[in-house]
Design a protein around this ligand. Structure first.
Ligand code: ZN
Length: 382
């Protein structure tokens, strides 16, 4: 092992008043250094010397050097000396050059920047809903996610063009799936883009799409709530992580469900019902045909769709590459007035009909009315 301090942090390292300071937007570190030994040691971390050589050069014991290296490694200040590019082609090394620069501050002695890209290359993501999902697909294709499966059943309409920027006026009337496939493939011919022209109207209707992918994204707006619940049931059956997202008038939200680790969509619905028993009245009115869902539930505005899909893409990248931990809690709310992000827990509920003890494997979600009834009864949080 020949430890090397990342150049980025070397450039931010300052020694004054017997303290070494490294202060960036990622790391704020102060190391007491009364006699300058640690500063000399850190300056020798050039990737040229072994632990034994460093000990001799800096007049330290090998144990001291190992302790120092371990501390700097834990703060991700050291980079990998591995030159393995994990089978990425010359074209990929060139194409994703700025990804590598981004990853470089996140890599460690154990995982280099190319490994993060290789994980993206060998990952597959199914995106259910290609309205806002089309923009998300763009980010994922640009980042280098190896396989993207897009699902929608709508055709492009004029009123989509206020925010679904992959479509042009010439696309009006075409299937969204066909247009998205063409655009993504033109953007990145190295990735595999597949599309399915289908309406998701049950858990059964989504199973063959999600069972072989690594990550599922549900951004279907119709039928509201129910579409997410269908996807939720199927993903629990196949134990697939799924990200859900949507926009309201004053806020956007996204949440991740890792089956049997986090609460699921039905757990979240039951928590919402417990807080406010009237929360699904609008949904029920829409289901009964009394209200137009687009007037009440789809205030999609281009900058907000862009913001939400960007945050979503960033979290998906963290999940796949593991370059950095995801948000600390699974539910994230974005305040669209001040762009503040807040994070909340989604507790698992023992009586949840989808992931709780009485769940029926492979079943469709219980009707919304039954869920509301369950939610208003006394609940036990796991
Ligand atoms: Zn649940």
């Amino acid at each position: 092992m020949r430890p090397k301090l990342k150049d980025f942090y070397r450039n931010h390292m300052q020694a004054a008043d017997q303290v070494i300071r490294i202060q960036t937007d990622l790391v704020r570190l102060e190391i007491p250094d009364p006699n300058g030994i640690i500063y000399r040691f850190m300056n020798q971390l050039t990737g040229l010397y072994t632990i034994e050589e460093l000990a001799e050069l800096c007049n330290l014991t090998e144990e001291d050097v190992k302790r120092g290296v371990s501390m700097l490694h834990n703060h991700k200040l050291l980079e990998s000396d591995a030159t393995d590019t994990y089978g990425l082609t010359q074209r990929e090394l060139q194409r994703y050059r700025n990804n590598f620069t981004f990853y470089s501050v996140h890599e460690s002695m154990l995982e280099n920047r190319y490994l993060f890209q290789e994980r993206l290359k060998h990952s597959s993501v199914a995106i259910l809903g290609l309205g806002g999902g089309g923009l998300l697909a763009t980010w994922l294709a640009a980042m280098g996610v190896g396989k993207i499966v897009g699902v929608d059943h709508d055709r492009v309409e004029l009123n989509n063009l206020n925010r679904q920027i992959l479509f042009t006026e010439d696309d009006i009337g075409k299937h969204k799936t066909d247009v998205i496939r063409e655009r993504l493939q033109a953007m990145n011919r190295d990735i595999d883009v597949q599309v399915v022209n289908r309406q998701i109207d049950s858990a059964h209707s989504v199973k063959d799409i999600i069972k072989d992918v690594d990550v599922v994204v549900c951004v279907i707006d119709t039928p509201p709530v129910q579409a997410s619940r269908y996807v939720n049931s199927a993903c629990i059956q196949y134990r697939k992580p799924v990200f859900h997202a949507g926009l309201r008038h004053g806020s956007g939200f996204m949440y991740r469900v890792v089956p049997f680790e986090t609460g699921c969509t039905d757990c979240l619905c039951m928590q919402s019902i417990r807080r406010n028993s009237k929360v699904f009245d609008t949904i029920k009115s829409i289901s009964n045909g009394e209200l137009d869902s687009h007037l009440f539930l789809n205030p999609s505005f281009a900058p907000n769709v862009s913001l939400l899909t960007s945050v979503l893409a960033s979290e998906i990248a963290k999940y796949i590459t593991k370059y950095s931990p995801m948000f600390p809690l699974p539910y994230t709310k974005i305040n669209l007035q001040d762009m503040r992000l807040t994070h909340e827990e989604i507790s698992r509920i023992e009586d949840c009909p989808s992931c709780g003890r009485s769940r029926v494997i492979g079943a469709e979600p219980v009707p919304l009315d039954a869920l509301v009834k369950l939610g208003t009864e006394k609940m036990t949080v796991k």
